[in-house]
Design a protein around this ligand. Structure first.
Ligand code: HEM
Length: 339
């Protein structure tokens, strides 16, 4: 009887150790590729360096790809999947993404180099997380340790992209709710908006603020600085193409805290930028980030790490694609869902 109890206890302990060992492996870690692909992160760094030197807009593109990936069904590289004959519309074709996301070719280039170095090892989702970090650093921003071990997903859905990505005309409450849906708080929302220190937006996204505020013809958003609004109207005339690009802040291609200075001065490009100072929590963070770039940089890195862990797929929940645009044919037929 005593020996039966002992072997039951030993068995239970063994199972516990096994479960703990498994769960330990099913977590992200900074040294995930240290033996399987030790040069992986340096390869990404070298490519991002070259690509950003060639076109600083690529930094903005890479940063936004990681954000749009993570907010839609988790950080699983679903944003990179192309349509196929069995698949009509994918995440990258959804209205917030189509004709807007960029840097897909740069991701392909990096992935090809990773596959040459260590075939089938480095996931596309991890590539996006590391490239976003390197893009920020290359443009003068902070760096942070990126936990790794994400797997690539099998599914891409344009409907999910439309539902999950925050709207540019959202107010503080809308945006807070949108971020809470993926487990991020209002501080993350305000700090991650600081990414708008890089890149560009299209005129179509500000037309309503300039010419049709709250649906009233010819009304301009009164919260916009008047000189800034006049300048935007020159850059974005209402009778021209909405595809014209305008810069997101006044220091193009540099990751700094000037975005917050612009927002504090009523020169935020989108309603979603301007709204940050309409709430005491937002105003406080914007004021701090305006005065103290180092504090903003530190918070930005921490918030990126949180964003990079939304709805992770680990272990057998995903795969490592050999090409980021398609799922591996042998593992899973590429598919989507439409509701
Ligand atoms: C707070 C909610 C957010 C809203 C409503 C929003 C909306 C937008 C919009 C409308 C554009 C311009 C797209 C176009 O006109 O083609 C844009 C650009 C951009 N967004 Fe956001 N965004 C938000 C948060 C973020 C976050 C969290 C990040 C990254 C961490 C980010 C990174 C960027 C970057 C880098 C660009 C420039 C892209 C380029 O130049 O290619 N945004 N965003």
């Amino acid at each position: 009887m005593a020996s039966a109890k002992l072997s039951l206890a030993t068995c239970t302990l063994g199972l516990l150790v096994f479960a703990l060992a498994c769960s330990a492996r099913l977590q992200l870690s900074e040294d995930y590729y240290s033996t399987s692909c030790p040069n992986g992160t340096s390869i990404i760094r070298e490519f991002v360096k070259k690509q950003v030197a060639n076109d600083s807009g690529i930094a903005a593109g890479l940063l936004r790809l990681h954000f749009h990936d993570c907010f839609v069904m988790g950080c699983d590289a679903s944003v990179l999947l192309d349509p196929t004959s069995s698949l009509l519309v994918v995440e990258k074709d959804a209205p917030p993404n189509a004709n807007s996301l960029r840097a897909f070719e740069q991701v392909d280039e990096i992935k090809a180099a990773l596959e040459e170095e260590c075939p089938g090892i480095f996931s596309c989702a991890d590539l996006l997380a590391v490239a976003a970090r390197d893009a920020v650093e290359e443009t003068g921003g902070p760096t942070w340790p990126v936990p790794l071990g994400r797997r690539d997903g099998y599914i891409s859905s344009s409907e999910e992209a439309q539902k999950k990505l925050p709207p540019s005309d959202g107010n503080f409450v809308d945006l807070t709710r949108n971020f809470a849906n993926v487990g991020l708080d209002p501080v993350d929302m305000v700090i991650l908006s600081g990414a708008h220190t890089l890149g560009r937006g299209r005129c179509v996204k500000v037309w309503d603020r300039l010419y049709n505020y709250t649906g009233v013809p010819d009304l301009t958003d009164p919260s916009l600085d008047s000189a800034f609004a006049a300048d935007l109207k020159v850059k974005c005339p209402k009778d021209q193409s909405g595809a014209t690009h305008i810069m997101m802040d006044t220091t193009d291609g540099v990751f700094d805290n000037v975005y917050y200075q612009d927002v504090a001065g009523s020169k935020g490009l989108f309603t979603s930028d301007a709204t940050l100072i309409t709430n005491p929590v937002g105003l406080n963070l914007v004021t701090t980030a305006t005065a103290n770039q180092t504090a903003f940089f530190e918070k930005f890195g921490e918030a990126m790490v949180r964003m990079g862990q939304i709805d992770l797929k680990l272990g057998t929940q995903g795969e490592v694609r050999t090409q980021c645009r398609v799922t591996n044919p042998s593992r899973h037929p590429f598919r989507t869902f439409s509701s």
